[in-house]
Each structure stands twice: as C-alpha cells, then as structure tokens.
Design a protein around this ligand. Structure first.
Ligand code: SAH
Length: 360
C-alpha cells in the first residue's frame, strides 16, 4: 500500500520471482543452495502445500496410523529408560500439525503427556499447527529448544526441504552449481568458477565429467546441534524421509506442484523444491556426538514392526464403512512399490537409551 498522500503512477510491486530475477541481474549468479533457501522460504511461508488440493501429500496426511505408531514408538523408548519427569515432544517442520496431534494422542494413551515444541519458519503453517496442537510452542530454529529435559524429536519430510549445494565435475575439477540468467533472461543453472573439490568425498572425485555431487550442510548442522543436546539432556530423534545412504553421485533435486513434477527453475516460489536425504551424513553427524544410530530401515518395515497391521484391523472393525479406505492407506504407507522402501527411517539415541522398536 502506498503511504497516505503519496502519488501513485500505477507502478505495481514486483512479485517474488521478479525480485529474484532482478537481484541476479544486478548482483550476478547465486549458489544453488542460496536459490533453494530463498525459494522454499517464500513457498512455505505463503501457503499450506499439503493435501489433495495442494501440491503434495505426506504420510501423516494419508492416515492417522503413521503419527500414532511414531508416538507409541517414542513413548515406548521413554518408558524403557525408566525416567520419571516428562520430556519434550519436538517436531521439525510439522506441516499441518497432523503427525504431532496423532502422536501426542497416542502417547497420552501410553501414559506420557510431554510438552510440544515445534521448529517451524512458516507463519502460514504455524497457524495450522496451533489449531492442531493448541499448547505448542514455536521456534525459528533448534537452538532455542528447552535445555532442561530430554527431547523426543520427530522430523517427517523435513530434511528434504532444506537447501542442498551441488558440485559438478568438469574437465577441470569440481565446481559449484550456480543459478543465473540464461536465454531470454530466464533463470537457469550454470557452472560456477569456484572450485569445490574438497567438498566431494575422495572416492568419488574421479567421476566422469557432468557428474553431480550433492551436500546438505544445513541438515548436517541441525543434526549435529540436536545430537549434542540429546547427548547432554537425553532423548531420541526419528527422521523419516526419502533418501539414500551416501556417499553417492546424482542429481536428486526436484520440483513438485499439484502432485506432478515441475521445472526447478520455472515459477520460483510456486513449486516445492526438495532433494533426497543422505542418511549416512545425518547418522555420522549424530555418531560424532556419541549417539547410537539405528537404521535407516524402510518405512514399510518400520511400520510393520510397530504393528500397523493390527492397528489397521482395529480401526476397520470400529468403522466397517471405512475398511477399504483404511486398508488402502496402510498399503500406501508400507508397500515397496508405494512409500514403503523409498521412504526410510533413521533413529538416533542417547548412548544410554535403548534402541527404539522397529529397527531390527
Ligand atoms: N512434516 C510435515 C510437513 C512436511 S513439509 C508432514 O509430514 O506433513 C516441510 C515442513 O518443513 C513444512 O512445515 C515447512 O514449513 C518446514 N520447513 C521447511 N524449511 C524449514 C526450515 N529451514 N526451518 C523450519 N521449518 C522448515
């Protein structure tokens, strides 16, 4: 809005995409990680992308069974430590708050009622999360989480939304992938000047020209910070995501909109940008702080071991008219050709805490 009395000549405010293009035009190319960080901050900050009418759907939105079993898994570990005072339930990027609501309800039935602390940057999604879990406290990042009690941490499809850097192998070593302006002034990836050989693991450095190596420094840093806290305060973290066990080569960056793949560089801020998660990197970050590392195991195996079959039968017998829908959701969460093996589950635990159920 112009100020009162200001004369307007019909100029309009440039939108996010236009501002991004202008700033690259003026200041030169930016790193891919910087591009993803800006684009996703705008994307998540301005909408609720989850559900049938949105851009993508996640496991907790498919069925309440996902959050319930995750909550029961945490409550079970907690009870087996023999501790008394309540811990904190922490969720990273809780989306609509569905997982947290289901997990906290199941935990309560298992005689555990932790405080809820959410790490969430999007104002739009914080509003949904408050509606789902009224007593939740919000944090911009993990640094401000409580320091006086054990942490039961969950992150579903959180690490894939964090910015990654890409290095590309050229005839002349590894270089940073940048985002600049291509033909017609459109955003396009380009090979930067900067040599980044040191970032690529030794065993992969001789790869063929054109090979891509990805690294997620933000993800590793968040994991290290939380691992240090868990080592000091007690606790466990369960991370569920699509990913691989690195080190590996390959370009996994993708854009999704309205449940289909889109161009990573078209319509910035209107598509969800994600990359596959390197579970080895996350596990090693936790191991460095002395934590126990369990998995990754397939989401299907994890949920089966926690009893998703029995839970589905109980729900179906309570609501026979929904039996088919419940079975379809169970299948989607566990089947190898659906989410069961693409999605993996990693747990890290305080060195004295037992391994959570579901990992062996
Ligand atoms: N866990 C939810 C939502 C996954 S989408 C589910 O399974 O349905 C990714 C979530 O992470 C969103 O809530 C998004 O706003 C949040 N997010 C993305 N980048 C973030 C960051 N850097 N810090 C905190 N939250 C972030």
């Amino acid at each position: 809005m112009p100020e009162k009395g200001a004369v307007s000549f019909g100029r309009r405010e440039p939108g996010f995409a236009e501002r991004l293009v202008r700033s690259i035009h003026a200041g030169g190319p930016i790193s891919l990680a910087h591009y993803i960080a800006q684009v996703n901050s705008h994307y998540y900050g301005t909408r609720n992308p989850l559900g049938a009418g949105g851009d993508f759907i996640t496991a907790p939105e498919i069925s309440q069974m996902f959050g319930e079993l995750t909550g029961l898994c945490l409550a079970d570990v907690w009870h087996r430590t023999g501790m008394r005072e309540p811990p904190c339930y922490v969720e990273l990027g809780p989306g609509r708050g569905t997982l947290a609501a289901d997990a906290l309800r199941a935990m309560q039935q298992a005689r555990l009622a932790p405080l809820a602390h959410f790490v969430e940057t999007s104002p739009a999604l914080r509003a949904h999360q408050s509606a789902a879990v009224a007593h939740a406290k919000f944090h911009d990042d993990v640094d401000t989480l409580p320091t006086d009690r054990p942490l039961l941490v969950v992150a579903n499809e959180f690490f894939d939304a964090l910015p990654i850097a890409q290095a590309i192998r050229t005839e002349d070593g590894w270089r940073e992938v940048m985002v600049g302006l291509g033909e017609g002034g459109a955003l396009a990836p380009l090979t930067g000047e900067r040599r980044v050989d040191a970032r690529v693991p030794q065993g992969l450095r001789d790869a063929a020209p054109g090979s891509i190596h990805e690294s997620c420094v933000v993800g590793a840093t968040i994991m290290m910070t939380l691992a240090r806290r868990i080592a000091r305060q007690g606790g466990v973290m369960i991370a569920i995501d699509y990913g691989y066990e690195g080190p590996a080569l390959g370009d996994t960056l993708q854009a999704v909109r309205a449940h289909t793949y889109a161009d990573v560089f078209a319509d910035p801020g209107e598509n969800d940008l994600t990359a596959h998660v390197d579970f080895t990197l996350l596990g090693n970050a936790a191991r460095q702080e002395g934590l126990g590392v369990h998995g990754p195991v397939g989401q299907g195996a994890f949920l089966e071991r926690l009893g998703i079959g029995a839970r589905a039968r109980t729900l179906a017998s309570a609501q026979p008219e929904r039996a088919e829908e419940i079975e379809a959701a169970r299948h989607r969460l566990v089947a190898p050709d659906a989410m069961g093996s693409l999605f993996k589950v990693l747990a890290v635990t305080h060195p004295d805490w037992p391994a959570p159920e579901g990992f062996a």
